[in-house]
Design a protein around this ligand. Structure first.
Ligand code: PLP
Length: 443
């Protein structure tokens, strides 16, 4: 970490994302360096990273192997066009990624973010149906409280009101939503997958009756919803979605932007739950977040269908980004995947999951706590909101934990925990112990 003390910058020029700009700029919180499990703040404090950045730094911060791979690549080939040209690392990264994906899901399209991955997945689903002669299948089914990034496609199938309302008139047409699976009267304080709620998948049947299967391209859900408040799928729920998609010829898209790469103790949530979708979206931990990167993984049959529908010399899919398979991102991804394998980090997450669950659920009965939910190295602790101030208590706890040297994330009044997979058992205790102290200290 740097030994020089950075100065507080002038904050005026930057429009910050998903941030209360005026509130932040009145008392800025700046991070200036990081290593392993810790950030260092501008005022020189160590901060334990309880959130892996934004659910993305799964191997811990500033890993030398990844930094070196990026630096080397930036000197050798900084950029190469990805349209009608290629470079070897793009093919190598795709081949490595395939090894972690469910059997048969072995074609990869690179993007630069989770939002781009979500929109790309929707476009691939449409292209697939069109290639099979069912171009009228244009409708998508998302889910309430779902988060699929901030592109117009992603917010349309997403189910978070605040992200949609400003843009309501311009959302994608032809989208409907499944109900979310959160019900405290039925499943509060579940450890792992709730026993209640599989029947909620049957709403898909209702939507199929309403719209007719012949108009629906696919269903997109996060196998475990993160940004909507850490909502663990009820036992049997994903299996039922899969069965209904099969029955009605709908593509099942799993948005695994936060669940892939070890978060649940397996390479993907699909593997963890034993449910294979048709398309998987990835981003974040794919490159340990060291360089922006996303990907869409598709079953080979989908790829083959789209490719073979075009004439042999034609571009088969009119879609792509300047930064698809960017050389620096490819170098970062390869180094990251090697690191996950060398350090067996997915297995490590699996082995820590029971302690993590116990530490989280030890807060049952603590002041203001009304639910605790968890799976793998992911937990959500939902607080009683302050009367008529939704989110205010979550924000206060976030601030007070930060003062105590621990970074947690809050979405509304739910605190989300998703530390790097290198976390030590004592740091798990510190994470939840700090929250316990904080909850006791606030009114
Ligand atoms: N999909 C899911 C499930 C996510 O959690 C996120 C981000 O948190 C996204 C998509 C969007 O990713 P990005 O912010 O990289 O566009």
């Amino acid at each position: 970490m740097s030994s020089t003390v950075p100065l507080m910058p002038n904050t005026d020029a930057l429009w910050m994302p998903f941030t209360a700009n005026r509130q932040f700029k009145a008392a800025p919180r700046l991070l200036v360096s990081a290593s392993g499990m810790y950030y260092r703040s501008l005022d020189g404090h160590e901060v334990l990273d309880g959130t892996a950045g934004l659910w993305c730094v799964n191997a811990g911060h500033c890993r030398a192997e990844i930094a070196e791979a990026i630096a080397r690549q930036s000197r050798e080939l900084d950029y190469a066009p990805g349209f009608q040209m290629g470079h070897p690392l793009a093919f190598e990264a795709a081949a490595r990624l395939v090894r972690l994906m469910p059997a048969g899901m072995d074609r990869i399209f690179f993007t630069s973010s989770g939002s781009e991955s979500a929109d790309t997945a929707l476009k691939i689903a449409l292209a697939y149906h069109r290639a099979r002669g069912e171009a009228q299948r244009m409708r998508f089914i998302g889910r309430e409280r779902g988060y699929h990034g901030v592109g117009f496609g992603g917010i349309s199938v997403g189910g978070i009101g605040a992200n949609r309302k400003t843009f309501a008139a311009n959302l994608m047409p032809g989208v409907d939503h499944l109900p979310h699976t959160h019900d405290l009267s039925q499943a509060a304080f579940s450890r792992g997958q709730p026993a209640w709620g599989a029947h909620l998948a049957d709403h898909l049947e209702r939507l199929v009756m309403l719209h007719d299967a012949s108009t629906i391209a696919g269903v997109i859900v996060e196998p475990l919803a993160g940004s909507g408040g850490v909502l663990v799928p009820p036992r049997g729920y994903l299996e039922r979605l899969r069965a209904l998609c099969d029955r009605y010829g709908l593509l099942l898209i799993f948005d695994e932007v936060i669940t892939a790469f070890g978060r649940l103790g397996a390479a993907t949530a699909s593997e963890y739950f034993g449910v294979t979708p048709d398309i998987i979206t990835l981003a974040k931990a794919i490159s340990n977040a060291a360089v922006p990167l996303g990907a869409v993984v598709v079953k080979r049959a989908l790829y083959d269908t789209v490719i073979s529908a075009a004439s042999p010399d034609a571009i088969e899919l009119f879609h792509g980004y300047t930064y698809s398979a960017h050389p620096l991102a490819m170098a970062a991804a390869i180094a990251t995947l090697q690191l996950y394998e060398r350090e067996q980090l997915f297995a490590r997450a699996r082995s820590l999951a029971a302690q993590f669950e116990n530490a989280a659920h030890a807060l049952r009965g603590a002041a203001h706590v009304r639910d605790i939910r968890n799976l793998g190295l992911m937990a959500g602790i939902e607080l009683e909101p302050l009367p008529s101030q939704p989110g205010a208590r979550g924000y206060e706890v976030f601030l007070r934990c930060l003062e105590r040297g621990v970074l947690v994330r809050y979405t509304g009044d739910t605190l989300a925990f998703s530390p790097p997979l290198i976390i030590e058992p004592a740091q798990i205790e510190q994470l939840f112990g700090t929250l316990a102290e904080t909850l006791q200290s606030i009114s």
